[in-house]
Design a protein around this ligand. Sequence first.
Ligand SMILES: NC(=O)c1ccc[n+]([C@@H]2O[C@H](COP(=O)([O-])OP(=O)(O)OC[C@H]3O[C@@H](n4cnc5c(N)ncnc54)[C@H](O)[C@@H]3O)[C@@H](O)[C@H]2O)c1
Length: 255
Amino acid sequence: MNLKGKVAIVTGGSSGIGLAIVLELARQGANIVINYHTHPKAAEELEKQVRGLGSHAIGVQADVSQIDDLRALFSQAVESFGRVDIMVNNAGVETRSSILDTTEEQYDKVLSINLKSAFFGTQLAAQQMIKQGGGGRIINISSVHEDWPMPGNTPYCLSKGGMRMLTRTAGVELAPHNILVVGVGPGAVETPINSATMKEPALLKKLDSAIPLGRMAKPEEIASLVAFLASDGASYLTATTVFVDGGIMQGSPGL
Ligand SMILES: NC(=O)c1ccc[n+]([C@@H]2O[C@H](COP(=O)([O-])OP(=O)(O)OC[C@H]3O[C@@H](n4cnc5c(N)ncnc54)[C@H](O)[C@@H]3O)[C@@H](O)[C@H]2O)c1
């Protein structure tokens, strides 16, 4: 698995799964554009870590729910590294609100950060990849909830369900350009998005016991799959989602 000479953009790259993806792609030799929204210090620290791995990185502030910000992110990537080979649509949020009480503001926030950003991120990546030639990889960080209802988290499930069809449709549409589009569907991962559960021992125990492998994933266990999907070894995978969920979608142990 060698990504030497490749250029990757990772949205929401300064924390959690995105941070682990940045480090793993860099370890494999890729140069990285680390998109961050609100934490410049974390992005700066990560740039240093990438340099320590022998790759180059730039941190770029952008609110990926805004198309102009996304355009500026791509311009800076091309200006700095000349091309984009790997696009990782990773930025995401949730509101934990049910269908009964979700506000318009919550709906718009989750759908625009999770889905609109991935749609236009895919569009801009594909336009750049077609222009430069040679194909590319677009990896959408989805969730088991692209398929699996989570009551009380309706906008999130909706956004990931949309991402599921974005991956499938864009994968088919872009296949003639050798641009492969793949979704990654994590189960529960130890990141800031789950901090409330992780701080509550009873909740954590309940969650762990529902997972066949008996524990949450480490972000690095998602990142290693992303690095494989970006590599030559994954040259026949497109328009589908690979789940990395410790078996949880297949049922809980003992039930
Ligand atoms: N942690 C899990 O259990 C889990 C499970 C399945 C899927 N996911 C998905 O993984 C992705 C990463 O989440 P995480 O778990 O690492 O949590 P996280 O909160 O650490 O990461 C989310 C990132 O998105 C960034 N972000 C939020 N709004 C943004 C915006 N407008 N513009 C740019 N960046 C923005 C945040 O700054 C943060 O860096 C998300 O898409 C999430 O839905 C996470």
